[in-house]
Write a protein that binds this ligand. Structure first.
Ligand SMILES: NC(=O)c1ccc[n+]([C@@H]2O[C@H](COP(=O)([O-])OP(=O)(O)OC[C@H]3O[C@@H](n4cnc5c(N)ncnc54)[C@H](OP(=O)(O)O)[C@@H]3O)[C@@H](O)[C@H]2O)c1
Length: 159
């Protein structure tokens, strides 16, 4: 299983229920990598998408304990076992913090956008993969820049 995440220098990933920053090149890359594959996400991350709607061109596997939550065009699972039984190996875990934490051990490839800045007010984080046993850097892009935000794409693999 894969995961994809954008982190700042402190491995922060969000604040106030939203992303830290939107980088259009990174969003395009996210779309290119995930289209055609199922995406796995938490109910709160779905709420950050335009109109709270699932992503197009992908099966959207959503975790929520609310039995009445049934967004059109998505599949909702009330626990991890049910989700894992339905999730193919080529799925991408796309957040948020609680879902990354729950499924990190199931993943063997992590596409991490490392943003070279720290954002004040961040309130959720991803585990620092440089300190996670078993994970190593497999590929690293040159530094990119968009509207004075510097970042690079780092692919981590486990094992
Ligand atoms: N930087 C990035 O790449 C990135 C990517 C994605 C998200 N984010 C950020 O991450 C933050 C959201 O993360 P979050 O941890 O607060 O929320 P989240 O993981 O997106 O969603 C949490 C919700 O998912 C459901 N859930 C989680 N684990 C479950 C389980 N084991 N079984 C059943 N349901 C489960 C619950 O929904 P119910 O409450 O409905 O039961 C829970 O309240 C936002 O700031 C967002 O912008 C950042």
């Amino acid at each position: 299983m894969n995961l994809i995440v954008a982190v700042d220098q402190n491995w922060a990933i969000g604040k106030g229920g939203d992303q830290l920053v939107y980088i259009s090149a990174d969003l395009k890359r996210f779309k290119a990598l995930t289209t055609g594959h199922p995406v796995i996400l938490g109910r709160k991350t779905l709420a950050t998408f335009p109109g709270g709607r699932p992503l197009k061109g992908r099966r959207n596997l959503i975790l929520s304990r609310n039995p009445d939550f049934a967004p059109e065009g998505a599949e909702v699972f009330s626990n991890l076992d049910a989700l894992l039984a339905a999730a193919p190996e080529d799925s991408f875990v796309i957040g948020g913090a609680s879902v990354y934490r729950a499924l990190l051990d199931r993943c063997d490839t992590a596409y991490v956008t490392r943003i070279h800045q720290s954002f004040s007010g961040a309130d959720c984080w991803f585990p620092n993969l440089n300190q996670q046993p078993g994970w190593h850097i497999a590929e690293e892009s040159p530094v990119q820049e968009e509207q004075e935000i510097y970042f690079r794409y780092v692919t981590y693999r486990k094992g």
